[in-house]
Every structure is written in C-alpha cells, then in structure tokens.
Design a protein around this ligand. Structure first.
Ligand code: DGL
Length: 287
C-alpha cells in the first residue's frame, strides 16, 4: 500500500514524458495528424487506427465509448501524456465520459482532447449568416454534439445536419476517387442543401471526409465555405501547448511518428500513402 502511494506521489511530481497520441477508428485521423505534424513538427507522435473495428459511425454509444477507452488506455500504456481523439464519432460519443469519469481514476495528470469544440469555436469567424451545415457519420449526427456545442457558443446560429453513412466505407475501401463516390457525394450534399438553402458554411465533421474534398467541392456552390478540421485542430493544439507548459514539457521532442493499426499493416501502409502522400512503416497491435 505504502509503495503504491509513493509511486502515485512520484508520478504527480515527476510525471513521465512521451509521444502525443493521435487516435481514429481508421485512416481519417491521418488528415488531422498531417496538419498537426506540419504545425508542430518538433514532437514525437503515435498514430493508432482501430481499422479492425472501423467504421465506428453506425455503432452504438456504448460500443464507441468502450472501443475509444480501450484505445486511450493503450496509448497511455505506450507513454502518451496527451491523446487526441482525431475522430468526431469518438469525440461525440466518448470524450466527455472519458474526461469526466475515467481520467480521474486512470491518471488525472494526462489529457484527452477532441476535435468538436475547436471546430465549433472557429465557426464564428467563418460563417457570414450563421446558418451552418454539418456533414458527419450517423453516430456524430445522432449525438447532436455539434448542435449543442454551436447553440452554447453561438446561440443565434441555425444548425442543419446530414449523415453520410456511405462516405467512410468509400474512403476505407479506396473508392474515394471512383465514379461510385460521385453518386453518394452528390446525394448527401443535395439532401443537406435541400433542408435549408441559406447554409453558407458546411463543416466536414468527420476526419475521413477531406479525402473526398474535391468531389464535395464540385457539388457545393462556390459561395459556400467548406470547412476541413485538420488545420483547425492543429492550431488549437498549438494554442493548448502554449497555455499548458506543464503538459508541453511532457511531450517528447524527437520529430518522430509511429503508426499502429489493429488490422493488417500492409493494407494500412497502402491507404496511408493516399492520406499522407508518402509511405510509412506500420505495426500491428491488439488493444
Ligand atoms: N473518422 C471518424 C470521424 O471523424 C469516423 C469514421 C468511422 O465511422 O469510423 O467521425
């Protein structure tokens, strides 16, 4: 008992350092990682894709929470002082519970950050008329996380949502540039814009969607802003590091990045090249 208490006190006084963890259900978080590494190249990173269990979008609240918690615990075991949920579905369904209920028991000195709040914070600068369209997975849309966060920060705004259940499978199956993708991109965009023709800003509220960006842009009027999250999350992390030097000090500075997947590393390597524009070494892990 005494030894455990001693370890706990030591851990609080000299919390150990490690890489920044970036988690997504699959490949989507790579669109966030790429921008984070561009903005903050000095740190070490571990990217974890739970490809064996992706997509998370159609899964229930409880399952997404359980899978996300397993991933966070895994990244903590690998030494990450900060884990970023680079996944809207996980941020919508698991972030708050993990921050409020799990972190205090697991290790109150570590941090888990999401992508929804930073994205919403920026909408005030981007939207001209306060009518914002949200495109996301069924899980993110059903959670109403964006509606709630926007109502909190910008009470005068109108939020219009559309789930796009076929977009993640198209990306995960390397079909993002195929003709089949055009059909489903046009279908969901039309469905969103038919709900409210005043929409002047559309948020790609799923980290997989930037891979479909060119097609999405083709079917949305040029006057409408299309918001990708990568640079927003990167800016927000840079700002977080400045405001929290005690956490910044715990992030190792070697400029490295390791890639982990719960699926087949060879498949991950192939698709990761589409997201990152370069080949990467990938390790298989079980959570
Ligand atoms: N990339 C994830 C997101 O941002 C979701 C993908 C999935 O459905 O697993 O929501």
């Amino acid at each position: 008992m005494k030894i455990i208490a001693y370890i706990c006190i030591m851990e609080q006084q000299f919390p150990y350092c490690g890489p920044i963890g970036v988690f997504d259900s699959g490949y989507g978080g790579l669109t966030i990682l790429r921008e984070i590494r561009h903005k903050l190249p000095q740190y070490d990173y571990i990217y974890l894709g739970d490809n064996a269990r992706a997509p998370y979008g159609p899964r229930s609240f409880d399952v997404v929470y359980r899978f996300t918690l397993e991933a966070v615990n895994y990244l903590f075991r690998r030494g990450c002082p900060i884990v970023i949920l680079a996944c809207n579905t996980a941020s919508a369904k698991a972030l708050r519970s993990i921050q409020q209920h799990d972190l205090p028991h697991i290790d109150a000195t570590r941090r888990v950050l999401g992508v929804i709040r930073p994205t919403v914070e920026r909408l005030g600068d981007i939207s001209r008329n306060g009518t914002v369209g949200i495109l996301g997975t069924s899980g993110t849309i059903r959670s109403k996380s964006y509606d709630m966060e926007i109502a909190k920060l910008y009470p005068g705004f109108t939020t219009v949502s559309q789930d796009c259940p076929m977009w993640v499978p198209l990306v995960e199956n390397d079909e993002a540039t195929g003709a089949g993708a055009d059909y489903f991109v046009e279908k969901y965009i039309d469905s969103l814009m038919d709900k409210n023709s005043d929409i002047d800003t559309v948020v790609l509220a799923c980290t997989h969607y930037p891979i479909l960006f060119d097609k999405i842009r083709r079917y949305i009027s040029p006057e409408v802003n299309v918001v990708k999250q990568g640079d927003i999350v990167a800016d927000s992390l840079a700002d977080y590091m400045m405001r929290h030097p005690e956490m910044e000090r715990r992030c190792l500075r070697g400029g490295t990045c390791r890639y982990l997947t719960t699926e087949n590393p060879a498949t991950f390597t192939h698709l990761a090249r589409i997201f990152l524009g370069q080949p990467v070494d990938v390790e298989h892990v079980d959570l």
